[in-house]
Design a protein around this ligand. Structure first.
Ligand code: SF4
Length: 320
């Protein structure tokens, strides 16, 4: 594993980690909506896949629901960073809901690609995880044309009516390496496979995975702060493990306090998924300091300065 000699017990923190531009925008959109509109504001599904973020927004007044019919007619609904299927927008329209749309622009791009390929008569292979909110929304753009492929074996068995007209898209938060393996199968089976000009895996996912690979080279274990429902956090654990370093998803400070096997470690890696708030990272560093990791070293693989503007609904005075 090539563990470097460290001076004293050290936490090596990966940069970038934590909030990406899409999550930052979604959280700021929710906060702006709370200021701008009459409560209650209903969040359709978790705004981002992080328990602490959802709890904090709930405490501020957002009411999270799982079904559009749980939003009273004429109410205000906030769509999450993961996006929604057109059928959800139709259902919201039928209830005369005011929509505030916090869908990440990178997810909206995948929706647009589905519409474009579907209009061109392509069968669309979507590499992703079936039950994930983002995938459910993307499939909803053209359920008759999109087939979700979770792994290489599903790619081997994928059938298209016209093998010359197949396009491939991906969920934004997948493992780059795993996706490449599935793509390789599709490219072999469908030589004319059409792919978007730029990968659908977003910059934040790519950067955090590169950073965790660097951590894996220099640490005895990597801790990933993030909720169990967070796709990109789970992928960070897998990427570290694939690089030969044990890794663990840590969803809260209690579980960090209870980790039994940190005593013998000299170099512990720490990173956080794209929906994990920075105060949790700071609090985790404080816990680790108490547990004997007196030094903190930063390991930066990329700089990020992308920020999205907020949706028009919360920017303009009278949108509705
Ligand atoms: S992880 Fe990527 S796609 Fe998902 S919200 Fe962040 S920037 Fe957008």
């Amino acid at each position: 594993m090539g563990v470097k000699k460290q001076v004293g017990r050290t936490v090596v923190t990966a940069f970038p980690h934590g909030f990406c531009a899409g999550v930052e925008r979604a959280v700021q959109t929710a906060e702006a909506a709370l200021k701008r509109f009459q409560p209650p504001i209903y969040g359709f599904k978790a705004i981002v896949h992080n328990r602490q973020v959802v709890e904090a927004l709930t405490a501020k007044g957002i009411v999270f629901v799982k079904k559009i019919k749980d939003v009273p007619k004429g109410g205000t609904v906030l769509f999450s960073a993961h996006g929604v299927a057109p059928a959800v927008r139709t259902a919201a329209g039928a209830r005369r809901l005011k929509i505030i749309d916090a869908t990440c622009p990178f997810v909206s791009k995948v929706h647009a690609e589905v519409r474009r390929y579907a209009a061109g008569g392509y069968a669309i292979a979507l590499i992703g995880h079936r039950g994930h909110d983002e995938v459910i929304g993307v499939v909803g753009e053209s359920p008759e044309r999109v087939v979700v492929l979770e792994n290489e074996s599903e790619a081997e068995n994928f059938q298209a009516a016209d093998p010359a007209k197949v396009a491939v898209l991906t969920q934004t938060t997948l493992s780059e390496d795993e996706t490449e393996r599935v793509l390789k199968v599709l490219k072999r089976r469908f030589p004319g496979l059409v792919t978007p000009a730029r990968s659908d895996i977003c910059y934040a996912t790519t950067n955090r995975q590169q950073a965790v690979k660097a951590l894996a080279k220099t640490c005895e274990c990597v801790l990933v702060l993030g909720s169990a429902s967070s796709s990109n956090s789970n992928r960070l654990v897998e990427v570290a493990e694939s690089a030969g370093c044990p890794a663990k998803l840590v969803s809260d400070l209690d579980s960090l306090e209870q980790l039994p096997d940190l005593k013998t470690m000299q170099a512990l890696g720490l990173t956080a998924g794209a929906s994990t708030p920075e105060p949790l990272v700071e609090a985790a560093l404080a816990v680790l300091r108490r547990r004997g990791f007196r030094r903190v070293r930063k390991l930066r693989v990329a700089k990020e300065d992308l920020h999205f503007s907020l949706p028009a609904e919360v920017r303009e005075e009278k949108r509705f």
